[in-house]
Design a protein around this ligand. Sequence first.
Ligand code: ZN
Length: 311
Amino acid sequence: MSDLRDHAEDIHEQFSDHIDIDVDDVEERLNTLVDEYKVPLDEARRSVTSHYLDEAGMERDALGGGSGSNDHVQVADVDEDEQWIDVTAKVVDLWDARSDAVAQVGLLGDESGTIKFTAFASSDLPKLEEGAVYALGNLVTDEYQGDYSVKLNRTTTIEQLDEDIEVGDDSTTVEGALVAMQSGSGLIKRCPEEDCTRVLQNGRCSEHGEVEGEFDLRIKGVVDDGIDAHEVIFDKETTEAITGISLEEAKDMAMDALDTTVVADEIRDLVIGTYYRVSGPTFGRYVLADDVEQLSEPVDATAALERARSM
Ligand SMILES: [Zn+2]
């Protein structure tokens, strides 16, 4: 009997964070299967676990998170995909969900910085309120192009706390010469599917296949501060600001040349060797340029690099 009790407590432990579950009830179910129906113990465990998975509306792999065994992490420390974590965070911002599948999307913040979160409609969770602080259990991390986010799911526990958090500023400032431009810069096309925006490769989205893309302008550049090389993404607004080329002009240029690469070539000529002060949030290995200040006229890139190295 005591053996069954141990197994019952094990199962109880796995579910206690997710559903209201009574350890005696678990033991009775095991007992019925093992004693009355002579089901082998491991099979009985599987069967009873399945019963509670159904009751909780959970997938079996959701137990992989192991309630209570997650690391409690700071949001700025999230740097791995598909990790089960707990965080204590403030809802800094709520955005409009662009898909019916998404119940809520926004920004969570703690002392270390901020991270995007998504809650899916199918998870049927209570809505988070902007400005409120929550202890969130059983979140799953997600990574897309070096950009980390967390997903709430149906096993996520939400406890509102009566406290405030001073949300940390995770923006970074980099000052140096733009020494290189990476592929995927210039006039690009993005997937038009809701909540996708992936950059198309030869007219194909890695998720949605062949799609009619939407034009966008950006620079993926390398800014060298003399010590380190920082990868910086300039979005449409900052790219237009530092190059003086608008998205419309870029499209015209590409149309005239029947080639989009002319835009990247033109941009390269304009920005390489120029010193910038760039500030913005970091996502993965990239600094997203929110604020850009040009510190010099373009100089010879090699000379700029040498000067940067000698600073
Ligand atoms: Zn797509």
